[in-house]
Design a protein around this ligand. Structure first.
Ligand code: 13P
Length: 251
């Protein structure tokens, strides 16, 4: 059975005290009986502390928001997958559209990051998604297929079991404009089929595919009730414990 996962991608928000307070509020208010894995993705300086706080509940874990494509050495300012793993993170988010667009990350570079992450036993949350222009030109399926093929499909069956996909249409990120449940479901179904064709049923049935892009307490349950949507990658709404808890409780 694939996992339901809700990820809080805080991006470059929250000073340390606010971040730790938010984690505390979510941890102490989440009902224990809900079968959803909750992942906090803080900025690098808080990973260790947030991971420590999450140790009290098996359903909680930590992700970084990125990692270097290099392994180690003279790369001032870079943070390696090995360092992130040594601070207690379980996941790393890779290929987020903000990194692709603002930092010119290519599918090839993301592929190297994925390899580094997996070598260090980090699970990967791989982001993909199209621009509004691509959707309007009906190129969205081709684009997402290319992103996945070029960064993921070199992995073995065992490796790909450590990957979660996050479909985040760029036009829905931070815009308040959510993909409709039908648009999201269609893309998630398409992605699952790609994995079935490349690997097999076992891989595609167990692959968690998350939706991201203006997901909030009002639309989460409709999105999460779709057959191929297994949770969410949440930006803005994950910065408020009440909103984030409401999303977690939307399954
Ligand atoms: P918003 O939820 O703020 O639209 O951000 C989505 C996102 O980019 C999560 O990674």
């Amino acid at each position: 059975m694939r996992k339901n996962i809700v990820v809080a991608n805080w991006k470059m928000n929250l000073v340390r005290s606010d971040a730790l307070l938010l984690v505390h509020e979510v941890l102490s208010n989440k009902a224990d009986n809900i079968s959803v894995n909750v992942v906090f993705a803080p900025s690098y300086p808080y990973i260790y502390k947030v991971a420590k706080l999450c140790e009290i509940n098996d359903n909680f874990s930590v992700s970084s928001q990125d990692c270097s494509s290099r392994k180690q050495g003279a790369h001032t300012g870079e943070v390696s997958a090995e360092m992130i793993a040594s601070c207690g993170a379980e996941y790393v988010i890779l290929g987020h559209s903000e990194r692709r667009i603002k930092f010119n990350e290519s599918n090839e570079q993301i592929k190297h990051k994925i390899d580094n992450a997996l070598e260090n036993n980090l699970k990967v949350i791989f982001c993909c998604g199209e621009s509004l222009q691509q959707r309007d030109s009906e190129l969205h399926f081709d684009w997402v297929e290319e992103q996945i093929k070029e960064s993921i499909f070199h992995l073995s069956k065992d490796q790909v079991k450590c990957v979660t996909i996050a479909y985040e249409p760029i036009w829905a990120i931070g815009t308040g404009k959510t993909a409709s449940a039908v648009q999201a479901q269609d893309m998630h179904h398409f992605i699952r089929n790609l994995f079935e064709k490349k690997y097999d049923n076992d891989v595609s049935d167990n692959l968690s595919i998350l939706y991201g892009g203006s997901c909030n307490p009002n639309n989460a349950s409709q999105l999460f009730s779709q057959k191929d949507i297994d949770g969410g990658l949440i930006g803005g709404a994950s910065l408020h414990s009440d909103k984030f808890l409401a999303i977690i409780n939307s399954f």
